[in-house]
Design a binder for this molecule. Structure first.
Ligand code: PEP
Length: 252
């Protein structure tokens, strides 16, 4: 675990106008300036330029929340990975459960977006996670394993260094219901096992696997202390600077 990079990433979802984004980032900057982990904020497209400008010269990385797989073309409403990379964006969330649930993302389109993001030089935060009924049926590991395998099709061992995996049980996202630290550790460990099978043990030992799902200032430390939990993807709690900073501190 000591060899792996802990990454705390905020996922703002569809929140914050530009003035609101500016205020949040300005408040956050000093609070995370001495972070002992990587700090990233993934923001709506409309806030990317603001976030990039305000975080210049700081330890805060900036990410988008999605990207399309084509380089350009007739895809109204979409944004390409090249467009993000050109701006200076370094990270992109792909396969978030809200994209899968509400916008028809499948493992196959997630894989296409992952490929495009890597080709553009972006670091991918790849989200996987089971539905409540899948957990109740006892198929969590199969589902998460399959999502991981398909998302990484055509990704080389070298490219894996630009992949962060976020295990996010769908039933824990935005619900206030957190997975227990043991549940998170178990599935994160299983994801690492899948990576070991695909890429070998060294790659698996090095890959950052986050937990996401109602992580907050109160429960972060217990989750982050687990062997296989290398950081977090934070939704709700990333919208308040002190809360997000407390999670960064717990990971540091
Ligand atoms: C997320 O959106 O990735 C997430 C984990 O949300 P929340 O922290 O609000 O559950």
């Amino acid at each position: 675990k000591a060899l792996r990079k802990a990454v705390i990433a905020g996922n703002w979802k569809m929140n914050k106008t530009r003035p609101e984004a500016k205020a949040l980032i300005e408040e956050l900057k000093p609070l995370v300036a001495d972070a002992g982990c990587d700090v990233v904020i993934c923001v709506p497209y409309t806030n990317l330029e603001t976030a990039l400008e305000l975080t210049k010269g700081t330890n805060i990385g900036v990410g988008a929340e999605n990207c399309h797989w084509a380089k350009s073309g007739a895809f109204t409403g979409e944004i390409s990975a090249d467009m993000l990379a050109e701006m200076g964006v370094q990270y992109v969330v792909i396969g978030h459960s809200e994209r899968r649930q509400y916008f028809g993302e499948t493992d196959v389109t997630v894989n296409k977006r992952v490929r495009a993001a890597l080709d553009a030089g972006l670091t991918v935060i790849l989200c996987v996670g089971e539905l409540l009924e899948q957990r109740e049926q006892g198929v969590t590991e199969e589902i998460v394993g399959m999502q991981t395998k398909i998302a990484l099709q055509g990704v080389s061992e070298k490219e894996l260094k630009k992949i962060i995996i976020a295990y996010e049980p769908v039933w824990a996202i935005g619900t206030g219901k957190t997975a227990t630290a043991d549940q998170a550790d178990e599935v994160n460990g299983c994801i690492r096992g899948v990576i070991a099978k695909l890429y070998g043990k060294a790659a698996a030992d090095a890959v950052t696997v986050q937990y996401g799902g109602s992580m907050n200032a109160g429960n972060a430390e217990e989750l982050l202390n687990k062997e296989h939990v290398d950081g977090g993807l934070i939704g709700g709690a990333s919208l308040k600077a002190p809360d997000f900073a407390a999670i960064v501190k717990a990971a540091s």
